[in-house]
Design a protein around this ligand. Structure first.
Ligand SMILES: Cc1cc2nc3c(=O)[nH]c(=O)nc-3n(C[C@H](O)[C@H](O)[C@H](O)COP(=O)(O)OP(=O)(O)OC[C@H]3O[C@@H](n4cnc5c(N)ncnc54)[C@H](O)[C@@H]3O)c2cc1C
Length: 467
């Protein structure tokens, strides 16, 4: 049987990128992908990535006339719930691409560096060595069950997390299932405005209160009106039709195409590594807390993993959790702390009523160009002065009954929990032996925080029969 250095489960963005980088560093790499080549990543078409992030991770930005590249735009705004106030965000350019085609280009790049791919290969289980350590994987193909040995299995299988979920409860890598509560169900409406004089780009922006947006859609359409909701597509569609579309007045449009897809909305796993194993991408819940995008944010961990694992392989050292632990501790400092700090804070902010959020937009309280314009790579740079100014304005708003004390309580709770998570993640253990005690504290804190799904509209949940 073939022996590989790295066996990657899943050949989408994370798997192809990791395959290319590891093969480039001299590793023998096998990717097993469940779908046949024509069917890989077909749930939605257009996706975007920041140009600077693409360059950082060595992702081709492609020539303007390449049909896989659809558009480039330069800024987006955060918009108030009734569409009145636009707060311009960071001006970082963003590139829109056709996802399936781009992934196939990524696979070709990985193959050119020596990585092997087997399509139509469905991961079934790990193979273990005589000591019970992971030593490869079994997978089903049209030709029956096959297996391959490898020094490490990388789970890049997205939400199904097919390999991670096979780990025992004793593994430091959480083996939880990503449930409907932990998913953003995204519906994309590709629209064409009826009046051809409408300038679609004037409407682009993100509405935090609904988790909805208007963005470029590429040729043949004027815009994508998108929405994400917890629990189900029905929940997202209900918010779109009953709240967002009624409160925000778009020019009349025709829906030309609808796409649906899922992205995880959950804190990252606490440890990515175990002996002979690493969880990456959506399978490790590495999506951005602000919007659920994950193609480049997951590569922050990927970049560290490539460096650490390549070095261990070159030095012929075993890929144990002890030897790979720095992937965890370095990632938590590089991005994990900022992402997980933001989750409780956002939960507090989206608990405001639409009227309250509108008032805060109007008065530059939290929802300000200063904040959104300074947001790069999801790092919120809160300054003491800004917070003090907001608190003063909030106190005045409560006195004027523009914001209820209940809502403010939720925002302050979110801010407090965010600060507590930040402090906990600052103390992320440098060694695996200190991990169980840290995990116990983190589990307690996250149980107290809950999830974004807890902020769903109770009336709609009732109407849809969701508990
Ligand atoms: C509608 C929508 C729009 C989005 N837009 C953006 C965007 O614009 N920008 C952005 O950065 N992110 C976006 N995201 C998020 C982004 O899609 C994900 O974060 C990203 O695709 C994660 O990549 P991945 O490789 O980790 O997982 P996935 O893309 O989920 O890939 C997992 C792969 O594993 C394979 N697999 C599954 N089970 C098995 C098995 N048993 N055996 C073998 N292979 C298996 C799957 O077939 C799949 O190819 C969007 C998400 C949605 C739903």
């Amino acid at each position: 049987m073939e022996m590989y250095d790295v066996l990657i489960v899943g050949g989408s963005t994370t798997g192809c990128w990791f395959a290319e980088k590891m093969a480039e560093n001299g590793s023998k790499v096998l990717v097993i992908e469940k779908q046949l080549p024509d069917d890989v990543s077909r749930t939605y078409d257009i996706f975007h990535m920041g140009e600077a992030e693409m360059e950082r991770f060595g992702l081709d930005t492609l020539d303007e006339d390449n049909p896989v590249r659809e558009f480039r735009f330069e800024h987006s705004s955060m918009i108030s719930p009734y569409g009145t106030y636009y707060k311009r965000g960071a001006d970082s350019p963003v590139i829109g691409l056709h996802k399936h085609d781009y992934i196939m280009l990524m696979a070709e790049k990985a193959k050119a560096k020596g990585a092997e791919f087997i399509y139509g290969a469905d991961f079934k289980d790990f193979i273990y060595d005589a000591n019970g350590k992971i030593a490869g994987a079994k997978f089903m193909t049209a030709d029956g069950e096959q297996s391959a040995y490898a020094k490490i299995v990388a789970d890049c299988s997205g939400i199904p997390s097919v390999a991670r979920r096979k780990l025992p409860d004793s593994s430091p890598v959480c083996n939880f299932t990503i449930t409907p509560k932990d998913i953003l169900y995204v519906v994309l409406y590709y629209v064409k405005y009826l009046d051809e004089n409408v300038k679609p780009r004037e409407y682009d922006g993100f509405f935090m209160q609904y988790k909805a947006w208007s963005a470029p859609a590429g040729e043949g359409y004027d815009a994508i009106l998108g929405i994400g909701g917890s629990y189900s597509y029905e929940y997202a569609e209900e918010i779109f039709n009953e709240q967002y579309s009624k409160n925000v007045k778009y020019p009349d449009y025709e829906v030309k195409k609808v796409e649906k897809g899922m992205t995880p909305y959950h804190r990252s796993v606490y440890s990515f590594v175990d002996d002979g194993f690493i969880a990456m991408g959506d399978a490790a819940c590495l999506t951005k807390p602000t919007c659920g995008e994950g193609c480049t944010s997951s590569l922050v961990q990927g970049e560290i993993a490539v460096e650490v694992i390549s070095k261990l392989l070159k030095e012929k050292l075993p890929l144990t959790k002890e030897n790979m632990w720095s992937i965890n501790s370095r990632y938590m400092k590089a991005q994990g702390k900022d992402f997980d700090f933001m989750r409780p804070l956002l939960m507090g902010v989206v608990s405001l009523t639409y009227e309250e959020a509108e008032y805060m937009f109007a008065n530059d309280i939290v929802f300000s160009e200063k904040l959104f314009g300074g947001m790069e790579d999801n790092n919120l740079s809160l300054k003491g002065n800004d917070v003090a100014m907001w608190l003063g304005k909030i106190a005045a708003a409560v006195a004027k009954k523009k914001i209820s004390s209940d809502s403010i309580g939720k925002v302050i709770k979110g801010l407090r929990q965010a600060v507590e998570i930040g402090a906990l993640y600052d103390k992320y253990p440098e060694l695996p032996e200190d991990f169980p005690a840290w995990k116990e504290k983190a589990d307690k804190k996250w149980a107290e925080i809950g999830t974004l799904a807890d902020t769903c509209d109770p009336e709609i949940l009732k109407k849809l029969g969701i508990a």
